[in-house]
Ligand binder design. Structure first.
Ligand SMILES: *Cc1c(COP(=O)(O)O)cnc(C)c1O
Length: 220
C-alpha cells in the first residue's frame, strides 16, 4: 500500500506537463504490479536483461524506458518493445538502435544524454560532441530513430545551487535546439530529476522525472 500512497502523492502534486517514470530496477514484480494497479504505466529499468524479464511478466500496455547506460551489443534485446531510451551517448549507439529498429519496422525514440555533472563517473556527451553528432551526415541518414529530447544527471550533492546550475545549463541547451527541427530530431522531452532532486529539476524546466526510491523505497 505504501507504493500506491507514494504514487498518489506524486499524481496529485506533479505539474500536468511532467511525466513520471517509475524506476523499478532491483524491485520484484509484485512491487511493479502494485504501481501498475495504482495507475502507473511508465516504468524505467537500467539493465537490459532485467527489463526483458519483467516485460514478459507485466501487462502489455506498460511503457518501458531504458534509463541506464546501454551497450551496443544489447540493443537487439529491447528493440522490439522499448518505448524510450534515455541514455544515448554516441553516434555508434544511435546507428545500432537504428539498425535494430529497422528489423522490427519501427522508429525508436531516444534521448541524448548530456554530461552536466562535476563528477568524473557519469556518462554523457559534451555540448560539442552533441552538436557534432546531430550535424553529421551519418546522423541525417538514420530513419528508424528519433531524438525526441535530452537527458542529464546532476552532481550528487546537498548543495542546491550546484544542482540548479547544472539543470539550468541543460534547459538552456534544450531551448537552444528548439529551432533545429528535422525528420529524426525534434526535442520535446527534457529528462532530468530523480528522488533527491526532482523538485529542483521541475523548477528548472524538466518534463520527465525518473523516480525510484521515493516510490518503491530504498534499494538493497
Ligand atoms: C536509479 C536511477 C534513477 C532513480 O534513482 P532514485 O534516486 O532511486 O530516484 C534515475 N535515473 C537513473 C539513470 C537511474 O539509474
Amino acid at each position: 500500500m505504501i507504493i500506491r500512497d507514494n504514487l498518489k502523492n506524486f499524481y496529485s502534486s506533479l505539474p500536468e506537463n511532467v511525466t513520471l517514470v517509475a524506476v523499478s530496477k532491483t524491485k520484484p514484480i509484485t512491487d511493479l504490479m502494485e504501481a501498475y494497479q495504482a495507475g502507473q504505466r511508465v516504468f524505467g529499468e537500467n539493465k537490459v536483461q532485467e527489463m526483458c524479464e519483467k516485460q514478459v511478466q507485466m501487462p502489455e500496455d506498460v511503457k518501458w524506458h531504458l534509463i541506464g547506460h546501454l551497450q551496443t551489443n544489447k540493443v537487439k534485446y529491447i528493440a522490439p518493445f522499448v518505448e524510450l531510451i534515455h541514455g544515448v551517448d554516441s553516434l555508434k549507439l544511435l546507428k545500432e538502435i537504428d539498425k535494430q529498429a529497422k528489423k522490427h519496422n519501427r522508429i525508436i525514440n531516444c534521448l541524448l544524454q548530456i554530461y552536466i555533472a562535476e563528477e568524473e563517473t557519469k556518462f554523457g556527451l559534451s555540448e560539442q560532441e552533441f552538436f557534432e553528432i546531430i550535424h553529421s551526415e551519418e546522423f541525417k541518414k538514420l530513419e528508424n530513430i528519433k531524438v525526441v529530447g535530452l537527458m542529464g544527471m546532476a552532481t550528487y550533492t546537498e548543495i542546491d545551487q550546484q544542482i540548479r546550475k547544472e539543470f539550468g545549463y541543460l534547459k538552456s541547451l534544450f531551448d537552444k535546439c528548439q529551432q533545429f527541427n528535422t525528420s529524426n530530431f525534434q526535442l520535446n522531452i527534457l529528462s532530468m530529476g530523480m528522488s533527491g532532486d526532482y523538485q529542483i529539476a521541475i523548477e528548472s524546466g524538466s518534463t520527465m522525472i525518473r523516480v525510484g526510491s521515493s516510490i518503491f523505497g530504498n534499494r538493497a
